[in-house]
Write a protein that binds this ligand. Structure first.
Ligand SMILES: [Ca+2]
Length: 197
């Protein structure tokens, strides 16, 4: 096999893994390790209740100052759309769960873009059913300065309830940006950002 053909083959494989295969980019998405041997950082407490197949969930509301984060080795921030979903269970009456994609710089998380979903109120049933699955998307425009950095994610809550929220079964997949109106809109945002500098 020539070097050119090998490059094409590898490129096709990489594209397939990143987009077509829709692989979950999150490491230990169900917190199966229970707090040890995990890519997650900042989890203040692991809970015994479970949502699906593994008997732990992450508590992200115990301290509003402590997000959970992980670096996704081998993946970079890439223009396109990140599709995010996760299960949540909460004792909160207000607030939001925020999920950001970005990268780590000098021990700090730098956001490239994010999404917010409402904390859902189950009136004190936190930790036990019912759980609800929330989902949204994060668009990363072609001009985003984070592109090419090693991908990391950060999740936290803005709720003022100490028990909001438990999250579990986190999934994030990536697809290329749509080649239509979306591109025009994203290009416009890029131009605006450049003008502000
Ligand atoms: Ca779990």
């Amino acid at each position: 096999m020539t070097k050119g053909k090998l490059t094409i083959l590898v490129s096709v494989l990489v594209l397939g893994l990143a987009g077509g295969a829709q692989a979950n980019l999150i490491g230990d998405p169900s917190f199966s390790s229970g707090g040890s041997g995990t890519p997650w950082t900042g989890v203040s407490r692991w809970h015994d209740y479970h949502y699906a197949t593994s008997p732990y969930a992450a508590r992200i509301g115990y301290s509003l100052d402590t997000p959970i984060m992980q670096t996704i080795t081998g993946e970079t921030v890439t223009a396109g759309t990140y599709h995010v979903s996760f299960a949540q269970d909460t004792d909160g009456t207000s607030g939001y769960i925020t999920f950001d994609v970005g990268y780590m710089s000098g021990g700090s998380f730098v956001s490239a873009g994010g999404m917010q979903v409402a904390c859902l109120n189950y009136g004190g049933n936190y930790g036990s059913p019912p759980w609800d699955v929330s989902s949204d998307t994060i668009d990363i425009a072609a001009g985003n300065p984070a592109i090419g950095q090693t991908l990391a994610v950060k999740m936290f809550t803005t709720s003022d309830s100490p028990y909001c929220s438990y999250v579990d079964d986190i999934e994030m997949t990536w697809t290329p940006e749509p080649a239509s109106m979306g591109l025009l809109a994203l290009g416009g945002i890029g131009l605006l950002r450049r003008r502000r500098r």
